[in-house]
Design a protein around this ligand. Structure first.
Ligand code: GTP
Ligand code: MG
Length: 199
């Protein structure tokens, strides 16, 4: 994928700070440390456009990136992760408000990409999120991250297990790695398809 442009458009700590929403948006959701910011960077081929960290809870604001790629002009949206035990209740509530404020009222949101670490089981959080997206008619794709962490045979077995756990027949899991770039072109295909579907 030829990336002509990738730059930070806006960082928002509250709903009032969201950009006006002229571009179709693709948002990255998932547990803290699952690799949302890393995947976004891999998609645009930039190492630290979105800030990453080995410690969970790195992304605290919603970051909107303006991206021109393969003839499409979109915003990639890096969301803070959930499920981080060390966060205070107050912080968790403010995260909830921010992310719900985004997902609940964002007509330009074209596609939600839900990330899942290959080595972890799905939790109720993922299942509730997908139900919630379905109820609102928001298209989603589940992407499995850190595929490089397991050897090919274990990886294939694990992917099958996760597909069963997901309990969404007909829905495909995409295995990816920000490190080896496995699956990155496929994510771009899914993004372009979702833009085309909207027409
Ligand atoms: P929050 O901002 O806390 O919600 O986390 P995040 O989901 O944005 O995760 P982030 O991209 O910051 O990555 C977390 C850690 O996982 C970092 O140490 C990354 O280097 C590592 N990581 C992310 N993707 C991969 C991958 O594909 N392979 C490997 N081996 N490590 C990865
Ligand atoms: Mg992050």
């Amino acid at each position: 994928m030829k990336i002509l442009r990738a730059e930070l458009l806006q960082s928002a700590g509250s709903v009032g700070q969201f950009p006006s929403g002229g571009l179709p948006e693709v948002a990255f959701l998932g547990r803290s440390n699952v690799g949302k910011s890393s995947l976004l960077n891999a998609l645009v081929g930039r190492k630290q456009l979105a800030r990453t960290s080995s410690k969970p809870g790195k992304t605290r604001l919603i970051h909107f990136f303006h991206v021109l790629a393969g003839g499409a002009e979109i915003a990639l949206v890096d969301l803070p992760g959930y499920g981080w035990a060390k966060v205070s209740r107050k912080e968790r509530e403010s995260w909830g408000k921010l992310v719900e404020g985004y997902l609940g009222d964002r007509p330009c949101l074209q596609l939600a990409i839900l990330l899942q670490d290959l080595r972890r089981d799905f939790s109720e959080d993922e299942s509730l999120l997908l139900d919630w997206l379905d109820e609102r008619g928001i298209a989603w794709q589940v992407v499995v991250t850190k595929a490089d962490k397991l050897k090919p045979l274990r990886r294939a077995k694990r992917l099958k297990e996760l597909a069963l756990q997901l309990e969404r027949p007909g829905k495909r899991l995409l295995a990816t790695s920000a490190q080896t770039r496995q699956g990155i072109d496929e994510i771009w295909r899914v993004i372009h398809q979702s833009l085309a579907a909207e027409g």
